[in-house]
Design a protein around this ligand. Structure first.
Ligand code: DGY
Length: 325
C-alpha cells in the first residue's frame, strides 16, 4: 500500500507531480482548521506544510509514529516545532535559495512604495479626489544615494543589497558574523543594530524569527530612528513590535513603513490599517509564479528524499535523521 502523504494546502503542480507514487491528500485552497488538519494527518508518513499551519507536537502525534518528514513550503519554519520533530525522529525541511530574488524584489518594492507614498497616491486616484498635479503633492524622501541598513544579511538580505546598489545606495548591515565576500561585492559595511537604526535612511529587516529576534525592533529601537526614516519588514511579523510601530508612524516619529508580514496573520494591528504612511502587503514576499513553483518542487524533493531514505537537500534538524533515515 502506498504511503500516505498530506499536502496541507493547494500548491503548484510542480509540488504534487513528484508525489504520484504516494497516496496523496491535498487539502483545499483555504487554511485548514485545526480539526481538519488533525484528522487529515492521521496515519501520514509525510506532510508537506505551509506557513499557515502550525506543526506542533499534537499534530505530529495525530499523524502517529509513522511520520517521517515535515517538508515546509517556505524558507522560514517558525510554524514548525523543530524540537518536537527531532524528539520524534521526524525530519523537518525548508526551501532556501529559490526565493531570495523574489523576496528581495518585494522588499525593494515596499521600500520604494513607502518612500514615494504609492499607497496614498493610489487611494487618491481611485477615490476620485485627485484634482491636479501639485508641486508639493505626495512628496517623499529620495531613495537614490541614501543609506540602507539591512538587518540580517543572509541570502535575501544580500539580494536586497544588490537591488539597492542599482539605486546608488550605501549599504550597512547587521549580522552575527562578518560577510567579507558580500562586503566586497556590495561595498557594504557591518554596523551594530543601534548604529544602523540611528544613522540609516532606510532599514530593511531580513532576519528569521527566533526567541532572540522577537520584537527586535520595538519602541526603544524605533525611538532612535531618524524622523525621515523608512522601515521595511518582509521577514516575520513578530520581529517588529507592531503596536510600537503604529505609535511611531502615527506620531510621525519615522516617515513611513512597508510591511509584508504581521504579528498575527492575517490580522493586522487596527491602528496600522488607519494610517496613510504605511504600505501593507498580505505576505506576498515570494509570490511570483516561478518562485512558488520552485518552492513547491523543492519541498517535494525534500519530502521524497526522506521517504526514500536519502539525505534531503534542506533538512533543518539533521539530528533527527537517526530514526527517519
Ligand atoms: C517563507 O518562505 O518563509 C515565506 O515567508 C513564505 O513565502
Amino acid at each position: 500500500m502506498a504511503a500516505k502523504v498530506l499536502v496541507t494546502r493547494e500548491i503548484p503542480t510542480a509540488g504534487t507531480d513528484p508525489l504520484k507514487d504516494y497516496d496523496v491528500t491535498v487539502l483545499g485552497d483555504g487554511v485548514p482548521d485545526r480539526e481538519t488538519l488533525l484528522e487529515a494527518a492521521s496515519g501520514a508518513s509525510a506532510i508537506l506544510s505551509t506557513v499557515t499551519e502550525t506543526m506542533d507536537a499534537g499534530l505530529m502525534d495525530a499523524a502517529g509514529s509513522g511520520l517521517k518528514v515535515i517538508a515546509n513550503l517556505a524558507v522560514g519554519y517558525d510554524n514548525v516545532d523543530v524540537d518536537a520533530a527531532t524528539e520524534r525522529g521526524v525530519v523537518v525541511t525548508n526551501t532556501p535559495g529559490v526565493l531570495d530574488e523574489t523576496t528581495a524584489d518585494t522588499a525593494f518594492m515596499l521600500l520604494l512604495a513607502a518612500a514615494r507614498r504609492l499607497g496614498e497616491a493610489e487611494r487618491l486616484v481611485r477615490s476620485g479626489g485627485w484634482e491636479a498635479w501639485g508641486p508639493m503633492q505626495l512628496t517623499g524622501p529620495e531613495v537614490s544615494g541614501k543609506k540602507l541598513g539591512i538587518v540580517g544579511f543572509g541570502r535575501i538580505g544580500q539580494a536586497m543589497g544588490r537591488r539597492a546598489r542599482g539605486f546608488g545606495m550605501r549599504i550597512f548591515y547587521d549580522a552575527r558574523s562578518r560577510k567579507p565576500e558580500a562586503e566586497r561585492e556590495l561595498d557594504a559595511r557591518r554596523m551594530s543594530l543601534e548604529e544602523i537604526l540611528s544613522t540609516c535612511d532606510f532599514v530593511s529587516v531580513h532576519t528569521p524569527l527566533t526567541d532572540g529576534t522577537h520584537h527586535l525592533i520595538g519602541a526603544a529601537e524605533l525611538a532612535t530612528m531618524k524622523p525621515e526614516a523608512v522601515l521595511v519588514n518582509t521577514s516575520r511579523g513578530p520581529v517588529v513590535d507592531e503596536a510600537a510601530l503604529a505609535g511611531a508612524l502615527l506620531e510621525k516619529r519615522i516617515f513611513a513603513a512597508g510591511l509584508d508580514v504581521y504579528e498575527e496573520e492575517p490580522k493586522v494591528h487596527p491602528k496600522l490599517l488607519e494610517l496613510e504612511n504605511v504600505v501593507l502587503a498580505p505576505h506576498i514576499g515570494s509570490a511570483s509564479i516561478e518562485t512558488r513553483g520552485a518552492m513547491a518542487a523543492l519541498a517535494a524533493e525534500n519530502l521524497v528524499a526522506v521517504m526514500r531514505g536519502e539525505e534531503p537537500p534542506n533538512a533543518v534538524n539533521s539530528d533527527a535523521h537517526g530514526d527517519a533515515l
